[in-house]
Write a protein that binds this ligand. Structure first.
Ligand code: NAP
Length: 306
């Protein structure tokens, strides 16, 4: 099946949805292709407290509001998992189910995917105590002990979130330096349910055949190990860009992020990137929506002139 649009956006997170608002409001026949629910990382974020004008709001609420807004000017929400983009006068966006979307301009706003720990016991216990989404699964660990891995904003924010359910939350960091913002570190440090363990790395996830029963951590400097009696493990050790389907195009940096100019356009004419998938300094909702707006506006101007 082939579907034609003026502008195709791949990914319906904050960047993609903002591009959809700008493009459809400007009159472009626009589609957002998404393989899951709209919202991107917002769906996995308990609380947003740095979206100007709203002091605190659940990520899911902001996602829903953005989604309703993004389709309100006529942008179409299409389900699909993209496997390839073929450049040409009209770009072809080819999905795994065989559907082909065609448009002169394409924006990639696919964000990032959580990194795995890659330690024994991880893969087989996903969904059996290992979760990469505290917002989705935290409530299953009421009254239990859990571990969060990482020392960045995601790890610390989600650790604090988990304290409303868990009896105890360990934060395991491989260094003694946080990557998280000071305000986030302070909140985690003052929470009596949180114990921060530094200079330790997760070595093995233990289970009782059905569910996670512990986490073996090692302290490389003192060459000792310890088993934490946790039933839940939440790795937040960063993420990698979702750009596998762009490997045939020369638009990625050495880490797989998209290289774009000030208009969010890649070296391929009318192929754009926006949001966390791009090589950039600050990955935030506010910077993602900026990218989406800039890209859509550039598409509008270029298509209008052509
Ligand atoms: P991140 O900032 O890259 O932090 C990843 C953490 O995981 C670091 O502490 C890192 O340790 C650790 N780590 C990496 N690989 C590891 C491994 N194999 N074993 C153990 N630990 C490992 O990732 P993030 O927290 O997901 O954040 C991603 C981006 O989104 C950041 O730019 C962040 O600021 C942003 N973000 C912002 C907010 C907010 O503003 N409220 C919320 C969430 C995310 P090292 O430090 O030793 O490398």
């Amino acid at each position: 099946m082939k579907k034609e649009y003026d502008f195709i956006i791949i990914g319906a997170g904050p960047a993609g949805m903002t591009a959809a608002i700008y493009a459809s409001r400007a009159g472009l026949h626009t589609a957002m292709i998404e393989s899951g629910a709209p919202g991107g990382k917002l769906l996995k974020t308990n609380e947003i407290s740095n979206w100007p004008g709203i002091q605190k709001e659940p990520g899911t609420q902001l996602a829903m509001d953005m989604f309703e807004h993004s389709t309100s000017f006529g942008a179409v929400y299409e389900y699909g998992r993209v496997k390839e983009i073929i450049d040409g006068e009209k770009k072809q966006v080819i999905c795994e189910d065989g559907t082909i979307f065609e448009a002169p301009a394409v924006l990639v706003a696919t964000g990032t995917r959580e990194r795995l720990l890659n330690i024994p016991g991880e893969k087989e216990n996903i969904g059996r105590g290992i979760s990469y989404c505290a917002v989705c699964d935290g409530a299953f660990f009421r009254g239990q002990k859990v571990a969060v891995i990482g020392g960045g904003n995601s790890a610390l924010e989600e650790a604090v979130y988990l304290t409303q359910f868990a009896e105890k939350v360990y934060i395991i960091m491989r260094r003694d330096v946080f990557r998280a913002d000071k305000i986030v570190v302070d909140e985690a440090k003052k929470n009596p349910k949180i114990q921060i363990i530094q200079k330790a790395v997760p070595a093995e996830i233990l289970d009782d055949g059905q569910h996670v029963s512990g986490l073996r951590i090692s302290y490389p400097e003192d060459k000792r190990e310890e088993i934490l009696p946790v039933s839940g493990i939440f790795p937040y050790i960063g993420a990698d860009p979702v750009t596998d389907f762009l490997k045939n195009m020369d638009v990625l940096d050495s880490h797989g992020y998209m290289k774009v100019n000030n208009s969010m356009e890649t070296s391929v004419s009318l192929l754009y990137g926006a949001g966390d998938v791009c090589s950039k300094v600050l990955r935030q909702v506010v910077t993602a929506v900026n990218d989406g707006a800039v890209a859509a506006q550039d598409v509008f101007h270029k298509l209008k002139l052509s």
